[in-house]
Design a protein around this ligand. Structure first.
Ligand SMILES: Nc1ncnc2c1ncn2[C@@H]1O[C@H](COP(=O)(O)OP(=O)(O)OP(=O)(O)O)[C@@H](O)[C@H]1O
Length: 269
């Protein structure tokens, strides 16, 4: 059963109906295995969209397909109204500057300090003085709630939560309009995860970001997401507010939103 709630108003805030990412009829297969099977999805400007689904179902594959890191067999991906398959190299790199990515596990360069990690995308794309790059790095470090002394540390010297924040600072280095977050709270304790959710919400509000967030975290879905989309059998099987998702009849959604873990989250709220 395909439950969609296109017209439902986001729970907390009025979200624009300006489509910033449009995924149409995407097919992605590896060998004989089809992971995404004619999948459609819209992401609206200024929303935090939570993307859920079974483990191994293809959430990261979709993220990577949107980013152009995984080849698709068919379908289109438009970001800011531009079809990613019809861009020159120059247009493509201009577009990539408008998004930031936080990969699973942070994916910081282990031999670079936090400051150097944040400056990496700046060095790749802009010609700035070292002084300017230092100013930007320290501004981003403060923005994600880290202390300035973290700048000179290596990733191996940081806690899991600090690594996530440092990786987020790097994702924000070029002042993107869209941020892709792949399981940003995985591996964090509930308090650390809650703090990270609050940070995402604050940054979204202050910077006007659009956030595409792959997550398994029910707390995040309840507290920060304006809308949720669920992946099943290679397609979006339901989308809408948390309330819509909780009413969905699909067996996986019922188990996910009403199972033992969901009840624990509900009773803690
Ligand atoms: N490059 C690849 N080559 C072959 N198979 C791949 C490749 N990338 C992903 N897959 C397969 O595609 C499927 C979906 O993987 P994906 O990482 O997108 O799942 P997911 O929904 O993000 O899972 P999880 O929630 O566990 O992170 C998996 O079976 C995975 O093994």
């Amino acid at each position: 059963m395909n439950v969609t709630d296109q017209n439902a108003q986001p729970r907390r805030r009025q979200i624009s109906r300006d489509v910033i990412i449009s995924v149409r009829d995407i097919v992605v297969s590896f060998g004989e295995r089809t992971i995404l099977n004619h999948l459609n999805l819209d992401v609206y400007r200024g929303e935090i969209l939570g993307f859920v689904g079974t483990s191994g179902g293809g959430k990261s594959v979709l993220t990577r397909t949107i980013l152009g890191l995984v080849p698709k067999q068919s379908g289109t991906v438009e970001v800011f109204g531009q079809d990613l398959d019809h861009l020159s190299e120059r247009e493509r790199s201009a577009l990539e500057r408008r998004w930031g990515v936080l990969f699973q596990q942070g994916a910081l360069f282990s031999s670079l300090t936090v400051k150097q990690n944040i400056q990496f995308p700046l060095r790749e794309t802009l010609r700035l003085s070292q002084r300017m790059m230092d100013e930007i790095a320290f501004a981003k470090i403060e923005m994600v709630g880290l202390k300035p002394d973290v700048a000179e540390k290596l990733p191996s010297e940081l806690s899991g939560g600090m690594i996530k924040r440092a990786a987020l600072a790097r994702a924000l280095a070029l002042d993107p309009e869209i941020v892709f977050l792949d399981e940003p709270t995985s591996g964090l304790d509930p308090i650390g995860a809650g703090d990270f959710d609050e940070l995402i919400r604050t940054l979204q509000q202050t910077l006007g970001l659009t956030v595409f967030m792959v997550t398994h975290d029910l707390d995040s879905l309840h507290t920060v997401c304006d809308r949720i989309a669920a992946l099943g059998e290679g397609k979006v099987i339901a989308q809408g507010t948390i309330e819509t998702m909780m009413e969905a009849q699909h067996p996986w959604l019922r188990a996910y939103f009403h199972g033992a873990r969901a009840r624990a989250v509900q009773s803690a709220r």
